[in-house]
Ligand binder design. Structure first.
Ligand code: AMP
Length: 217
């Protein structure tokens, strides 16, 4: 399976990806996670990406395309689930070209739909544990003690790009640069819309229904 997961920041892509990977044993390639890993390692690529990420802007296409085409090549025949990539039409075109070279193509694009107000509430309330990676939400999934991780007592942190002003930029970036991909893939008949405003379990069931059908064809 070669799947693209589209949707605004905060649509629940990360949560759904974990569940999809568990069920279908496909490789999960998150461009945001790869960039954060590069930053944590202090690599040149991570340093180049830092200022764009912290302001809610997109990292330049050339950097992202090279990084993701390399990651995809490592997946071989197994297939992949793309999360956060492509994010511009240029990236999608380059991805198509890279796949064409190996005689492959995208099988399905899952488009998680969530209204902007819900995205903003979800992201600005998100906190995570710097030690174990557990993710909380101050309103909907708070830790037992304010701002402290239930698992290891570490103080929770907010991603710099989840601050209110940055979230507004990320949403604008999404509408201006990423939403056009819905049309791009729509013209190829690949888009399946999913109501991302429902509970995580309901969203997973909607996705599994579609992916089960894809696996069986
Ligand atoms: P995410 O965790 O997917 O929201 O990504 C965090 C940040 O990484 C984004 O706000 C961008 O600055 C950068 N980023 C991730 N994926 C891409 C991409 N495909 N193209 C450009 N920038 C990206």
């Amino acid at each position: 399976m070669r799947i693209v997961l589209l949707g605004p920041p905060g649509a629940g892509k990360g949560t759904q990806c974990k569940r999809i990977v568990e069920r279908y044993k496909t490789a999960h390639l998150s461009s945001g996670d790869i960039l954060r890993q590069e930053r944590a390692e202090g690599s040149e690529l991570g340093e180049k990406a830092r200022s764009y990420m912290d302001s809610g802007a997109l990292v330049p296409d050339a950097i992202i395309i090279e990084m993701m085409v390399k990651a995809i090549a490592k997946c071989g025949e197994k297939g992949f689930l793309l999360d956060g990539f492509p994010r511009t039409v240029v990236q999608a075109e380059e991805l198509d070209r890279a796949l064409e070279r190996i005689g492959a193509g995208i099988d399905l694009v899952l488009n998680l739909q969530v209204p902007d107000e819900m995205v903003a509430r979800r992201l600005t309330g998100r906190r995570s544990c710097p030690k174990c990676g557990a993710v909380y939400h101050i309103e909907t999934m708070p830790p037992k003690t304010d701002e402290i991780c239930d698992n290891d007592g570490a103080e929770l942190v907010q991603r710099p790009d989840d601050r209110t002003e940055v979230v507004q930029n990320r949403l604008k970036t999404y509408h201006d640069q990423t939403a056009p991909l819905i049309d791009y893939y729509g013209r190829k008949g690949l888009v399946h819309d999913v109501d991302g405003s429902r509970s995580a379990d309901e969203v997973s069931n909607l996705i599994f229904e579609r992916l089960d059908a894809l696996c069986c064809c």
